[in-house]
Design a protein around this ligand. Structure first.
Ligand SMILES: Nc1nc2c(ncn2[C@@H]2O[C@H](COP(=O)(O)OP(=O)(O)OP(=O)(O)O)[C@@H](O)[C@H]2O)c(=O)[nH]1
Ligand SMILES: [Mg+2]
Length: 224
């Protein structure tokens, strides 16, 4: 069993459903009342796929404009980015281009990109066609999924594809954990962090990161 630890940043405009998607994936739920994200929330998710024990660090960012300048803090050293728009909002789709430009300019190394058209349950209000988005995804070499956090359509598939993309993308982000095979791998185990402590955890995480120490292992990984 090998291990992979990777950081995924979830980006997109205000209200497109980033938090709902992450909560659907990590917590297996759809919160019917969800507050706009302040700064960012941090979640971890563990699963076993293709003989890899995968630990994902999910950074759910805030779409509100007032938090825009904080974004580099969250996409810095990311291994993958999920670019979320709302299929009923052309503007949210157009704004994805700005994120792609910014990521290309500021993220060193390779990045798995996944374009996500959320709220697919609202097909009758659709403003962005599947074909248009698919074409754009191909042009930026990104995976593409339409999802609904509400109905759970496409959500598992999108995160699984990103995980597979991470495994295949870059052997450098994979560390051989053969000395830890006695640790029982968790299959699809979700560890949902308490949002109330996010700020504190973020500070702790950043400090730990600055000293090169990584959670669960003293070995360095995943920094591309
Ligand atoms: N119909 C439908 N509504 C959704 C879906 N996903 C999210 N929503 C709703 O969209 C609204 C915004 O969802 P959030 O998850 O807070 O969006 P966000 O992108 O995290 O917003 P910020 O944190 O402000 O950037 C909420 O009312 C959700 O219930 C979906 O798949 N379908
Ligand atoms: Mg949010």
């Amino acid at each position: 069993m090998r291990s992979l630890e990777a950081k995924i940043v979830v980006l997109g405009s205000q209200g497109v459903g980033k938090t709902s998607l992450v909560l659907r994936y990590v917590g297996k739920l759809f919160p019917h009342t969800v507050s706009p994200t302040i700064g960012a929330s941090f979640f971890t998710f563990k699963m076993t796929v293709e003989n890899y024990r995968v630990k994902l660090q999910l950074w759910d960012t805030a779409g509100q404009e007032r938090f825009r300048s904080m974004a580099p803090m969250y996409y810095r050293k990311a291994n993958a980015a999920m670019l979320v728009y709302d299929i009923t909002s052309s503007l949210s789709f157009e704004l994805i281009q700005g994120w792609v430009t910014e990521l290309k300019r500021n993220v060193e190394g390779r990045l798995v990109l996944c374009l996500v058209g959320n709220k697919s349950d609202l097909g009758d209000q659709r403003a962005v066609s599947h074909e248009q988005a698919q074409e754009y995804a191909e042009s930026i070499d990104a995976f593409f999924f339409e999802t609904s956090a509400l109905t759970n359509s496409g959500v598992q598939e999108a995160f699984l594809q990103v995980s597979l993309g991470l495994i295949r993308m870059n052997k450098e982000i994979i560390m051989d954990m053969s000395d830890e095979v006695s640790v029982r791998p968790s299959v699809g185990t979700a560890l949902m962090e308490d949002e109330a402590d996010d700020h504190v955890r973020l500070e702790q995480y950043r400090r730990a990161n600055d000293t090169g120490h990584k959670m669960g292992s003293g070995r360095r990984c995943c920094t591309v």
